[in-house]
Design a protein around this ligand. Structure first.
Ligand SMILES: Nc1ncnc2c1ncn2[C@@H]1O[C@H](COP(=O)(O)OP(=O)(O)O)[C@@H](O)[C@H]1O
Ligand SMILES: [Mg+2]
Length: 263
């Protein structure tokens, strides 16, 4: 199985949208963990598969508050709910206070999902890690990832903040064995515009360990599909069409099928 975490440095580049998009297009069985320490958004944004609302009492909150004696993968999967479109989601925390109070629960969660199986079926884990700053309470979950993806909008301020965050993550994500998760960027901006290419060039210049995982277009109509809007043909939106090869490359990278930098 693979564990892939999406995160941002600052602002709202589209982490939740991209995590939902990735889970919807993922080529292997997967579950989405809404692990934004600022509080989960997915439950409020996406309806349940039957069109109703998701059960707010199921998700990370009961898991993390009972995690002191460790957690199993089965316990994590018991908290998953199926949303419209078929993605399994473990809904998020109510807010930063609960995330802080969870303390060591985050590392128990990281251990529980590091080799997740649904019965016999290896199950990949896609993490919405939200904004990751100096106050990150869930670093163990990021360190356990096979692949860490920083979302950055293609504007100057966002790129500079992204570059700084990558520099810090290069140290913070290093595991005791000295290895780093595969780490890279997805730039959100017009894929045909020079800004997006320039942004990717600045971000990957931080080190040869920073990969360029591709571009996603700015597509408000496509993004609304992952914000609870009904869409007759979501697969026709620019976001889903452009997202498909990016998600395929991420899945291949997370399963170790690509050479570093080949995405
Ligand atoms: N590729 C995109 N194109 C256009 N709008 C987007 C895109 N990704 C996200 N958005 C919009 O930007 C806002 C923030 O997205 P969200 O996924 O919640 O960001 P984050 O999780 O980083 O805070 C939402 O209104 C969402 O619909
Ligand atoms: Mg979010």
């Amino acid at each position: 199985m693979a564990l892939v975490s999406f995160l941002s440095a600052k602002g709202s580049p589209g982490v939740t949208t991209t995590a939902l998009l990735s889970a919807a297009l993922w080529p292997h069985p997967c579950v989405l963990l809404d692990a934004d320490p600022a509080g989960g958004d997915v439950a409020a944004r996406v309806p349940a598969v039957d069109g109703g609302v998701l059960d707010p009492d199921r998700g990370l909150l009961p898991l993390l508050t009972s995690a002191r004696r460790g957690l199993s993968g089965a316990q994590v999967l018991e908290q998953a709910q199926v949303v419209a479109g078929g993605t399994r989601v473990v809904c998020g925390m109510t807010g930063p206070e609960q995330s802080l109070a969870a303390g060591r629960g985050w590392s128990a969660l990281a251990n529980a999902v590091a080799d997740l199986r649904d019965g016999e079926v290896p199950t990949d884990v896609i993490v919405d890690a939200g904004r990751v700053g100096a106050d990150a309470v869930h670093l163990d979950l990021l360190r356990a990832a096979d692949t860490v993806v920083l979302l950055v909008r293609a504007d100057t301020a966002a790129v500079l903040h992204g570059r700084e965050r990558l520099r810090v993550l290069g140290g913070a994500l290093r595991r005791p064995d000295g290895l780093l998760p595969r780490t890279g960027v997805v730039v959100v901006g017009d894929p045909h515009h020079r800004d997006a290419a320039d942004a990717a060039a600045v971000l990957t210049s931080v080190g040869d360990w920073v990969e360029d995982f591709g571009r996603l277009p700015l597509d408000p109509a496509g993004a609304r599909v992952f914000d609870g809007a009904r869409s007759a043909r979501p697969e026709r939106t620019a976001l889903v069409r452009a997202g498909a090869p990016v998600v395929a490359a991420l899945a291949a990278a997370a399963h170790g099928e690509l050479q570093r930098g080949a995405a």
